[in-house]
Design a protein around this ligand. Structure first.
Ligand SMILES: *Cc1c(COP(=O)(O)O)cnc(C)c1O
Length: 363
């Protein structure tokens, strides 16, 4: 049975030297510094999951007819390993990532991976590459589990073979600007997801189709894109890779509902839980772009923020579209945003109680 798969461990014979590693993780940025190892597990129809290995990080050799290169059967996850205040390495809600990975797999007609195997793969990689933890503000080892269709075949059908991998990256803050708040561009010409499509699956294809809008935003000097619903071009959905929250002057908060076109963020879910515990009124209801503008201008909206594993909680300072711009609050992190962020980060770092058992200690 796949649950009982044991990992073959082949340590990297030529790891990065301690001095080079120290230099690399001193100011790691995001997604540029990679560790010495990776995990691979193979799936073959009829046989199931097999050949679980931890080995040196290395290039993949793929036949040019490998299915993923043509029809994009690919999904991924993103989670961080933190060092707790007492020095223990820990994962935050990894079972939620494992479950979402399988939900994505089902949508993309790919093989599901037993949750224990997903978590064990993450654990093994953090164990062997723990020296890559960067001791910087907001530092973490970012894990990127992903799976590709690996059958060599040009016919259009679900692949009969898959390759699951985990790689790891030493990371600091996500936004290089270090700005107190990000600016958003409202995408009018491009949608991220349509009803019945793949918006709720964490697949590379969603990102591929969002990049032209992101490039347009960057060209106009904005940090991120905010996407509207595909049917009416009116209801706020999410950013290219982060969910969105609105804070009202009566202290209530609101976020768009999981309608099938929005990625169910684990940060989103965690913040909803924490906000309810704080006694805030929380709504998961749709919110129109013109209403956001009117409410920001009237003062009914006092804060807005984006959230996701990579950037955690990021205040939104300004929103622009071809018809003009509006500012949110004072342009920096507001009180509610800061409070929710502090609550979340202190649980993730092990400095606050963890009543929901979100933190999984690795040793
Ligand atoms: C991953 C992702 C998020 C955030 O999810 P988290 O689990 O909070 O990291 C939001 N939107 C999209 C499109 C994503 O891919």
């Amino acid at each position: 049975m796949s649950q009982a798969l044991s990992f073959q461990i082949e340590p990297n014979a030529h790891p990065v030297s301690a001095a080079d590693r120290a230099a690399a993780i001193a100011a790691p940025g995001f997604g540029k510094v990679f560790t010495d190892h990776m995990v691979t597990i193979r799936y073959t129809e009829g046989q199931g999951w097999h050949d679980a290995k931890v080995h040196a990080r290395q290039p993949l050799v793929l036949d040019p007819a490998t299915a993923v290169l043509h029809y994009a059967q690919e999904i991924f996850e993103g989670l961080k390993a933190y060092r707790l205040e007492d020095g223990t390495m820990a994962l935050f809600r990894p079972e939620a990532n494992a479950q979402r990975f399988n939900a994505s797999a089902r949508r993309m007609a790919m093989a599901e991976l037993p949750e224990e195997l997903f978590i064990e793969a993450c654990r093994q990689l953090v164990q062997i590459d723990r020296d890559w933890f960067p001791d910087v503000e907001g530092g973490a080892i970012y894990l990127r589990p992903f799976m590709i269709a690996s059958e060599v075949f040009l016919g259009v059908k679900p692949s009969s073979e898959y390759l699951f991998m985990v790689i790891a990256s030493s990371v600091g803050g996500y936004f290089k600007s270090g700005a107190p708040a990000v600016s958003l561009w409202v995408s009018q010409d491009y949608s991220r997801a349509a009803p019945g499509g793949t918006g709720a699956a964490k697949c590379g294809g969603n990102y591929a189709s969002s990049l032209v809008a992101q490039a347009e935003a960057s060209k106009r000097g904005h940090d991120q894109v905010v996407f509207l619903d595909a049917a009416e071009n009116r209801w706020i959905e999410e950013l290219g890779g982060m969910n969105i929250f609105f804070v009202f002057d009566d202290g209530s908060i609101q976020t768009p509902p999981l309608s099938g076109t929005i990625l169910p963020g684990i940060t989103r879910d965690s913040l909803l839980t924490l906000a309810r515990e704080e006694g805030l009124t929380v709504r998961e209801e749709r919110y129109a772009i013109d209403q956001w503008e009117a409410d920001a201008k009237s003062g009914r909206i006092v804060e807005s923020f984006a959230c996701g594993t990579a950037a955690v909680v990021t205040p939104i300072g300004k929103v622009s579209s071809p018809s003009g711009s509006f500012a949110i609050g004072a342009g920096g992190p507001g009180q509610v945003t800061q409070k929710l962020k502090d609550r979340l980060v202190s649980i993730q770092r092990g400095s606050a109680a963890d009543p929901h058992k979100w933190v999984m200690r690795l040793d």
